[in-house]
Design a protein around this ligand. Structure first.
Ligand code: HEM
Length: 386
């Protein structure tokens, strides 16, 4: 796990990825037994060939998080995956998501009102973290006063992915399950216009979702919808301010912002890696991967592969259209991508408009969030002109 551990601390894993792409692009980590995959073409294959590279958790994963997510769509293969996904996909179409824009703008303005007069702030704490939490909580019909618990629960789940879960993580996990169970019961009695009520009403071939499946969905939306978008916003502010002229350019040409965000997704991918299990023996690069092997597909490395992107190590808002893997590829392609893109666009537009001359205060290297998978600055102290 040493390679993974080393990356965990770092806001700059890119030299490591480059070395691996050149020397051991499909690398068997003797210590963990896992296969690590670094090149764009190989990562693309691992993510998209679901018959060969399964998303199902190994049966021996009896961790709390393993059990919780076992029944959720991110850990299911077709055909079951297709059925589960169809249940939630209606809520996440670009059209359904666009309808949320006015409310997202309102929440963003309220958050900015609270700190904009100060002249300095930790942008992660004040904006990038709370915005996605509030949006997903509202979508799920969670009362405003319960939102603060979300952060703790979501952190607890993210830390289990890195194997760092302690006593308090265990307690928080239990608390979250209790909370969602009572929420599910309440919505069964009194349905509303929220996602949990919609999931309760949904049927596949006349069968309703089981309680473990419902819990898996709630936990997945909580984690997938929070940490990732927080880090996209943090990474974008960091990247824009690091590259002289970018902030001014985006102010002068606001229509460039969506493309500038896509380039951030490529350049500093908020999700750096995803796991798969080889369903059968297969060749990857020049390596033979035995059936049952666990693979880590390094999205963060694929998105900097010079075989796929010219000047891959450069952030370039004028890059011609390109295909990054930051939201995955194939049947598991991120369900929340339209929502993440919309939240990021609204938040960053507001940052540019209301925090003139924004710059990052901290000396590099910034501390990274505590995760091997999720990638972004833990804090982002910024200052701007009053
Ligand atoms: C799946 C990244 C935001 C919900 C994924 C996958 C990636 C990803 C890489 C593929 C997983 C795989 O192949 O195994 C991101 C990034 C985000 C983001 C970078 C923000 C910048 C969101 C949001 C939501 C969400 C806001 C929901 C509110 C999901 C769900 C899946 C998923 C439900 C599983 C889809 C499936 O298995 O069919 N995401 N995500 N994500 N994401 Fe996101």
């Amino acid at each position: 796990m040493e390679h993974v551990r080393a990356l965990e601390q770092s806001m700059n894993p890119y030299p490591h990825y480059e070395a691996m792409r050149e020397t051991a692009p499909v690398f068997h980590d003797e210590q963990t037994g896992m296969w690590q995959v670094f090149k764009y073409d190989d990562v693309h294959r691992v993510l998209s060939e679901h018959a060969t590279f399964s998303s199902q958790r190994p049966d021996d994963d009896q961790s709390e998080t393993g059990r919780l997510f076992a029944a959720s769509l991110i850990n299911t293969d077709p055909p079951r995956h297709r059925q589960l996904r169809s249940l939630v996909s209606q809520a996440f179409t670009p059209k359904a998501v666009d309808a949320l824009a006015p409310r997202i703008a309102e929440i963003t303005e309220e958050l900015l009102d609270a700190f904009a007069p100060a002249g300095t702030a930790d942008l992660v704490k004040e904006l990038a973290y709370p915005l996605p939490v509030i949006v997903i909580a509202e979508l799920m019909g969670i009362p405003a006063e319960d939102r603060d618990r979300f952060k703790l629960w979501s952190d607890a789940i993210v830390s289990t992915v890195t194997g760092d879960q302690g006593e308090s993580g265990h307690a928080l996990h239990g608390e979250m399950i209790e909370y969602f169970l009572s929420m599910i019961e309440q919505r069964r009695r009194t349905p509303g216009h929220d996602l949990i009520s919609a999931l309760l009403a949904a049927e596949i071939d006349g069968q309703q979702l089981t309680v473990p499946e419902l819990l898996g969905f709630c936990a997945l939306l909580l984690v997938a919808g929070n940490e990732t978008t927080t880090n996209l916003i943090g990474n974008a502010v960091l990247t824009f301010t690091e590259h002289p002229g970018t902030v001014e350019r985006l102010l002068a040409e606001p229509e460039l912002l969506p493309h500038a965000i896509e380039e951030v997704l490529r350049y500093r991918s908020p999700v750096q890696a995803m796991y798969r299990a080889a369903a059968a023996e297969t060749m990857l690069g020049d390596q033979s991967i035995p059936a049952g092997s666990v693979l880590i597909a390094w999205i963060g490395s694929a998105n900097r592969d010079p075989r796929q992107f010219e000047r891959a190590e450069e952030y370039d808002v004028d890059r011609p259209p390109f295909h990054h893997l930051a939201f995955g590829q194939g049947v598991h392609f991120c369900l929340g991508a339209p929502l993440a893109r919309l939240e990021a666009r609204i938040a960053l537009q507001a940052v540019l408009a209301r925090l003139p001359g924004i710059s990052v205060l901290a000396e590099p290297p910034l501390e990274r969030v505590d995760s091997t998978i999720v990638f972004g600055p833990k804090q982002l102290p910024v200052t701007w002109q009053q």
